[in-house]
Ligand binder design. Sequence first.
Ligand code: ADP
Ligand code: ASP
Ligand code: MG
Length: 610
Amino acid sequence: MPLIVQKYGGTSVGSVERIQAVAQRVCKTVKAGNSVVVVVSAMGKTTDGLVKLAYEISTNPNSREMDMLLSTGEQVTIALVSMALQELGQPAISLTGAQVGIVTEAAHTRARILHIETERVKRHLNQNKVIVVAGFQGITRTEELEITTLGRGGSDTSAVALAAALRADFCEIYTDVPGILTTDPRLVPEAQLIDEITSDEMLELASLGAKVLHPRAVEIARNYGVPLVVRSSWTDDPGTWVISPTPRPRSLVNLEIARPVDDVEFDTDQAKVSMLRVPDKPGVAARLFGEIATQDVDVDLIIQSIHEGNTNDIAFTVRAPILKRAEAVAAAIAPVLRSHKAAETEEAEVMIQQNVAKVSIAGAGMIGRPGVAAKMFATLAEAGVNIKMISTSEVKVSCVIDNADCDRAVAALHTAFEVGEVGADKSPPSSPSSPSSASSPSSPVRGVALDMNQARLAIRQVPDRPGTAAKLFGLLAEHNISVDMIIQSQRCHVINGVPRRDIAFTVARMDAQAAQQMLQQAAAEYGWGEVVLNSAIAKVSVVGAGMVGQPGIAATMFEALAHHQINIQMIATSEIKISCVVAQEEGVKALQAIHTAFGLAGSHSIQVPA
Ligand code: ADP
Ligand code: ASP
Ligand code: MG
């Protein structure tokens, strides 16, 4: 008999009527000949309410007690859903995470799942019962059997992990929107439904702010090949399928913590173009990449670090054979950009670096684990490899290095991450792998996301030598602070004989102050410059596997921002995403402008139920 795991989110179980509707749907699924495990969230905004209560008692509530408190929300729902099923004549039993045996790490409020016992669930399934499981919670295997929670939004993760452990036929996530949309319909009502999305694309979207799926749920679906669909609780419409590649066989022990890195990749045929001292004002990136797109030059990574004075540096990589064309465009445009800032004496300058290589580590398990990137930097430092450019995404960290260092770097990374066979030289780039029947095959951009919960940190004048990134991001990792969008400035200042650059990156806003304090101490100790914090930022990103090998995507995004006079503070890209940091108050406007620019807006509005 097919086994389906169905997860219902907070809004879907927000009232007695909605719980009864959920019970009806579950009964229908059983009558259609399926075994069903149901995973539920707390009702409506219960968890928010509990958090608020805690902060009324304490400004810094104890995390163990926080888990004790927050885990109660889901416990209410499982009992009520189970009762509603029984009222319909459907045998059902509710189980907490502990009663199932969802074993997690001891890390309160952000525990990862280690293992799920399936014996009790299977026994009840054999008795033809529906099992109703509390999402978001687990139990430690220590003597004390402590209750843990997985982090906000974690019920999705409970559901997909259960589906993996039970080898369910698929996992359905029921929520308050028709499925995964091109962006958040609360901000852009013209968002359109996506029929299918790859797990790589969804991982990026989820971690860049699309709340509809917890990124760790996507990670598990990808690692274990769990078929996953997001659907509306209110209709029978098909929703959105998340498509994963056939996974390598993987143990169910240490489910969320085994092997964060699957692959080491490299590309030895790259060149880097930097434009130094371009004006810090709207329209500059648009102009540069617009011209580059016109010349049909496909750029790979793009970075723009934080401004220095009133100018910026923008750097990008291209494949070596088209360097000449890219260089010509950059050289032609430099004087045009310079003329924008008549009063300045400094000149924009184009710098070319040939013979560079890109090495990357890839794997879904690095999400929220800052130690993984830090370990990559430390490994390169130990191998004496200097990093010229860093680009991060949720599932990949890439470093641009000297070609001559590439073999050494790749070998060291293989050993450090215990990746078996030698990874592929990714040149020439793999062809776009977008799902066939997606709703907007014409757009290389699948979705647009906005993250308003980030802050930007920059450290001025950090020595440019092997080991610096390792030290800096190692420190952050020790404090469990996850970092995104790491950017080194291209401009180099020699101070006391030591070449120095700025490094900027974004972190979750709630970690920002702690990170700043910690880095200020480190800066004093290691002789780094000022540590600058800006919390009033928004990060807007476009994601799509179809942008690989397709010139002009960055240009369209930058032009949309320029058209609305929105200044870009930072740019970072990976193969399948482009992120820009803009001022916080311009975040929503930026999201709307970009969504429209890629032709993603539909003809009718999506209504999100209250
Ligand atoms: P649940 O309680 O069911 O887990 P969530 O509130 O966690 O629901 O997630 C659903 C919400 O995610 C939607 O109401 C929508 O506002 C938001 N969202 C953000 N980005 C997207 C997107 N790309 N597609 C669909 N929904 C999105
Ligand atoms: N109730 C938890 C939260 O609000 C978990 C979830 O809904 O996924 O974060
Ligand atoms: Mg959710």
